[in-house]
Write a protein that binds this ligand. Structure first.
Ligand SMILES: [Ca+2]
Ligand SMILES: [Ca+2]
Ligand SMILES: [Ca+2]
Length: 177
């Protein structure tokens, strides 16, 4: 399904919740649609619980993959990739074209809030084989595997769930939603 063939402007497309759809998507209901190509405007696109390919096209887009192993492609503009579903190995997404310093990644407090550092930021460790430095929950970015993950129990064994594969990401790219 694509919306990039006319100047539709900015709108909302949801594969999961038809009542959210606006603009040219208003009133539409999507069944077993796996891919969305959004418009040149500032779009908000929600995937469903299957594996989706979601393209933001131009504009400052907000993309939600929801469940499934989604591929999220922001393309031009300052795009936001939002994660507000329970992180599991069955739900790890791939952000294909993340631009650190321009794009950003929002993590839901409900699932990831343990990594709040209490000072307006997020506990975050990046590096090859990144590991939590303390007993507190920490967001990890492994520069070898390019996996962004959440370690709910810090440096104690286990507790790590994957979030997304991203080419590069810095602490300043992350925020809570
Ligand atoms: Ca767009
Ligand atoms: Ca999905
Ligand atoms: Ca751990």
């Amino acid at each position: 399904m694509r919306f990039d063939e006319a100047a539709y402007g900015s709108f909302v497309i949801s594969l999961l919740t038809p009542s959210l759809n606006t603009g040219p998507a208003a009133g539409d209901r999507y069944l077993r649609v796996e891919g969305v190509i959004a418009s040149s405007g500032d779009d908000v696109v929600y995937g469903d619980n299957a594996a989706n390919w979601i393209y933001g096209r131009e504009g400052n887009d907000t993309l939600y993959g929801y469940g499934g192993k989604d591929h999220l492609i922001g393309e031009a503009g300052a795009d936001r990739f939002l994660f507000d579903t329970r992180p599991t190995a069955a739900n790890v997404d791939t952000i294909e074209d993340f631009v650190s310093g321009q794009d950003s990644i929002g993590l839901a407090r409900f699932f990831f809030g343990g990594a709040d550092d209490g000072a307006g930021g997020m506990r975050f460790v990046a590096g090859a084989g990144a590991k939590a430095a303390t007993a507190a929950a920490t967001v990890l970015y492994d520069t070898s595997t390019h996996l962004l993950a959440y370690d709910a129990n810090g440096k104690a064994g286990g507790g790590i769930v994957p979030i997304a594969y991203v080419d590069v990401v810095a602490a300043s790219d992350l925020f809570f939603i």
